[in-house]
Design a protein around this ligand. Sequence first.
Ligand code: TYM
Length: 334
Amino acid sequence: MDNVRKTAFSGVQPTGRITLGNYLGAIRNWRPLQDEYNCLYCVVDLHSLTVTQVPAELRKNTMDLVALYIACGIDPDKSSLFIQSHVHEHAELTWILDTIAYVGEMNRMTQFKDKSRKHADNINMGLMNYPVLMASDILLYQTDLVPVGKDQLQHLELARNLAERFNNRYSPTFVVPEALCFQNGCSIKSLQEPTAKMSKSDPNENAVITLFDDPDTIRRKLRRAVTDCCSEVRFAEDKPAISNLLTIYSLTADESIADAEKRFDGCGYGVFKDAVADAVISVVEPIQREQKRLAADKSYLENVLKQGAEQAERTARKTLDKVYRKIGLIGRVR
Ligand code: TYM
């Protein structure tokens, strides 16, 4: 890795239905960083085990997501693209950070509380430990910048706290990372309940646009999206549904919200929703085509992953060796 450039790291769980929210809130913002930062983009398969997975599906979803990263513009020659479980240092650092993370602070994580409610029959230790694994992902690479959606900011704050706590206890070791969260798009909402985020795990299919939906499905879901009172296309706090659709339109049509408001002034919701559908389809369709092509080329993907894991591991090993030394473990003679 280039030692002069700063480092950016991010990841998505391979849990199947990658949503338009994942794309607009996170993945879309990764590509522009590649020319300025050492970028590491990871498919976080270990994280997804906190919810029961069907092994064959997890394998397929993982490779599909690798292909999707590349289809979204992640260039394996510029960034390290790898699978989390291929670099075992992630799990090892998690154990060390576990010993400085407090049960009280883990209990306060809102996503842990949400997921515990949703998966009441499977509140496993991994679910609680999940943010520490995420902190390890980030801290292993001395990451400066973490491009994520709004729902991950609390986890990022924990990563910062753990880095500072470790640095204070054992002397400076980790870079304290910053979040990169674009105000516009950092929280894309459900199409059916626009005060809740658009979520992969939403059981209501109509609430979520996935990056694997075909054009007709995308159009149908948008036509069925709930709206607010009055037929005005305006971004406002008391119009959460239309504001969400305006955000989606603005990001996919690459037009400011103010210009979009002018464009759809007096048009009514039907015309507006169709325009949102056109804009979303024009972004999603080429990605889907490229993703499909890449997913069929298994040997190419395997090469990308081999190279990515090798690059990532060099930095991860260095950080972990340093951590082990600082806390008093005897370094292995190699
Ligand atoms: P995950 O897989 O739930 O989501 C991946 C990314 O998508 C963003 N996102 C959204 N952004 C806007 N609107 C939405 N409706 C929306 N839904 C999801 C998330 O904020 C995230 O950036 N724990 C993480 C994955 C992870 C990670 C990391 C991220 C593991 N280790 C290290 C950054 C750095 C997660 O479950 O994301």
